[in-house]
Design a protein around this ligand. Structure first.
Ligand SMILES: [Zn+2]
Length: 436
């Protein structure tokens, strides 16, 4: 998890301020909406150097370039908030990181230093991050006001976000009361403001913070939810709590020692989550042929009937194994080789047959599973014969096996080779008993 709160670090003001905050920053005056979704900003390339990017999910590093611009509207990762995405001209920005007071943009195509470029911001991603981040500030403040639970860190995840609270536990009632209270604040349309204070301003001491980064320079940035909270923060925020729409607390998970992880969704993520749940519910309704209120009961019934069927099936298999063995033994003359394949069966099924027939005089080759693909095999019979033949049988079946005392069993990948195995065993037997 990231450290939660620190301040602006001398980055261009427009990078740190939601474009919705509008006035104040000269640079953001040049920014504008395009189609309500993307935000553009004209700037100039300062430097461009070859670099590698390690993908977030691991894997081979990507070759590309690190570009520094005169100023930027793309937020570099920091304060628990992931970085923005966007385009420089038509070149996608794959990562934005902070290096001291600079934002470094990683791209796949080299850009000419000095060139005028138009930067555009992926607004959907940014607005989502704003909703989660302001949501976190609000939850953090109210959890502290209501219960004295301090936030020790937080993480803005791809699906859901987590606030680490300095408490060993939280009751369901506390979670409910907290959720009610934060949503009340959203309905009250409380303004959120951003100010920059000089580092030596006495007010800095009164603001919620867990310290500045070591390479911090310049003024301290304070994000305030009016009348509720002031927090040192470099992140991007909504300008009014009403932009959060709604906050859903999904409950708590066990955290580090004496901490509790509170999981939440804010804004559009709540709608997306409901859409997902609803489509799952619709699919279940059509599969289970009853309403959502009965889904859990229906699944429980299905599970217990499956268990019962499995038990019955096992008993039937055992009975079949015994009958197969009896049938074999009832013949007036018993052959020295017994071969059987059955699609349904397991290793117990095969061992019961071997037990019932007896392996002193008969060589048994039993298989279960798909006729042409994978399955299980058992070779049973006189100890020496099995020791000799077992590994060759496994090899022919493209499988692996092991065994002792007259049994060799394993997994087969080429069941289609059963005929070859049978020929091998037949030949073995005819060599053993030349008189037949
Ligand atoms: Zn923050």
């Amino acid at each position: 998890m990231h450290r939660q709160a620190w301040a602006a670090s001398g980055l261009g003001a427009s990078a740190q301020r939601s474009p919705r905050h509008g006035g104040g920053a000269v640079r953001s005056a040049r920014a504008g909406y395009a189609g309500g979704r993307s935000i553009n900003f004209a700037t100039r390339v300062v430097s461009c150097g070859a670099a590698e990017l390690r993908p977030e999910g691991g894997g081979e590093p990507v070759r590309g370039f690190q570009v520094v611009l005169e100023d930027t509207i793309l937020f570099p990762e920091g304060g628990g908030q992931p970085d923005d995405r966007g385009l420089i001209g038509d070149v996608p920005v794959l990562r934005v990181t902070r290096r001291g007071a600079e934002a470094v943009h990683f791209v796949r195509t080299a850009l000419e230093p000095g060139a005028q470029v138009l930067l555009s911001l992926d607004w959907e991603r940014r607005f989502d991050h704003m909703q989660q981040h302001s949501g976190q500030h609000l939850i953090t403040a109210i959890a502290d006001l209501m219960f004295g639970f301090k936030t020790t860190s937080w993480e803005l995840g791809r699906q859901r976000s987590v606030i680490e609270l300095d408490t060993p536990s939280m009751t369901a009632e506390q979670i409910e009361a907290l959720e009610r209270s934060v949503n009340e604040k959203i309905r009250e349309r409380v303004p959120v403001t951003v100010r920059e204070l000089a580092a030596d301003d006495p007010e800095v001491e009164t603001v919620r913070s867990r310290g500045l980064p070591d390479d911090h320079t310049g003024p301290v940035r304070v994000v305030s939810i009016e009348g509720i909270d002031s927090n040192m923060c470099c992140g991007t925020h909504v300008s009014n709590l009403s932009d959060l729409q709604v906050i859903k607390l999904l409950g708590t998970e066990k955290g580090k020692k004496n901490k509790t992880n509170l999981v939440f969704l804010a804004g559009n993520r709540v709608l997306k989550s409901i859409e997902q749940s609803h489509s799952t519910e619709k699919a279940l309704t059509s599969l289970l042929k009853n309403g959502p209120g009965e889904h859990v009961e229906a699944v429980k019934r299905l599970q217990s009937s499956v268990k019962l069927l499995q038990k019955n099936n096992l008993n039937l298999l055992r009975d079949i194994a015994v009958l197969i063995a009896r049938d074999f033994k009832s013949k007036p003359v018993q052959s020295e080789l017994f071969v059987l394949h059955r699609k349904e069966g397991d290793s117990e099924f095969m061992n019961i047959i071997a037990n019932e027939i007896g392996t002193e005089e008969t060589l048994l080759f039993l298989t279960v599973g798909d006729e042409k693909e994978a399955g299980l095999f058992l070779l049973a019979g006189p100890v020496e014969a099995v020791e000799n033949l077992g590994p060759r049988v496994a090899e022919l079946l493209g499988g692996k096996g092991a065994g002792k005392r007259g049994r060799f069993q394993g997994k087969a990948t080429k069941m289609s080779q059963r005929g070859e195995v049978q020929a091998l065993l037949q030949e073995f037997i005819s060599r053993q008993s030349p008189e037949v």
